[in-house]
Design a binder for this molecule. Structure first.
Ligand code: HEM
Length: 220
């Protein structure tokens, strides 16, 4: 066990922890998007979907606990890697004012990550918390997401979601590039296929999420 802790204290260990937890969170987003797209099917379809999850409560609770652990692992390793990079900066400045790899995305990782974190707190405090308080077969989950003051027919909520999701896309884009470097895939012969797969995560999935506040906030 000590060797594992020591490994995660090392520079590469922290990067691997960040990459693996980031990838697991990205997989959660696929499942989450698939569920949320049911909103396009109307109230009956979405409410039935949420009710079916409610019936699987013990499993959902286990998944939520795992997700929280993975998320905390990602945030803590992210904070530590950012602090380490900051500490290393004064020396590197004497050689070059800006490192070659420190492009727009990497410099904004901490900022985009923090804003996505704030988004998540708001998101859970509104949708997730409201759903926890609703019971029974008549509960209208669709109404909360679409027509309530915390839902997408409030233009402020819809715009906030769209902006946060654009930042999530930027965060995922650089996150995948960093993960490929950590795993030594950035210059390997798998580079092409790996980059194409990453597009699904950093572009297609955020676009899928964005379609929801865009449609229910401004089109429907
Ligand atoms: C248009 C975008 C989104 C919509 C409509 C949406 C909708 C929802 C709803 C309705 C819930 C409550 C589910 C329940 O309690 O059964 C929920 C939970 C949650 N959402 Fe989202 N979500 C969106 C985007 C996101 C994004 C981008 C993230 C992550 C960055 C995220 C992370 C979570 C998490 C961690 C939970 C709690 C886990 C769970 O109990 O399922 N969501 N979301």
């Amino acid at each position: 066990m000590t060797w594992l802790l020591q490994f995660f204290q090392s520079s590469i260990g922290k990067k691997i922890l960040m990459a693996v937890t980031g990838l697991l969170l990205a997989f959660f987003l696929i499942a989450h998007l698939a569920g949320n797209l049911m909103l396009f099917g109307g109230p009956e379809m979405f409410n039935n979907y949420v009710l079916s999850l409610t019936n699987l409560k013990p499993l959902v609770r286990i998944a939520e606990a795992l997700l929280t652990l993975i998320f905390l692992g990602h945030v803590f390793s992210g904070i530590r890697v950012t602090l380490e990079n900051k500490k290393a900066k004064p020396q590197s400045y004497q050689v070059a004012p800006r490192s070659a790899t420190s492009n727009f995305y990497s410099r904004t990782m901490a900022v985009s990550g923090s804003i996505v974190f704030i988004f998540l707190v708001f998101h859970l405090q509104t949708f997730w918390w409201s759903f926890q308080k609703m019971h029974g077969n008549d509960a209208d989950f669709y109404e909360v997401v679409v027509h309530s003051p915390i839902g997408f027919n409030n233009p402020l909520v819809a715009v906030f979601y769209i902006l946060a999701l654009i930042l999530l896309a930027l965060h995922l884009r650089h996150g995948f590039q960093s993960a490929f470097q950590t795993f030594g895939l950035a210059d390997s012969r798998y580079k092409g296929i790996v980059e194409k797969t990453a597009v699904l995560f950093w572009l297609i999935i955020p676009l899928g999420f964005i379609s929801i506040p865009l449609y229910f906030g401004f089109i429907k």
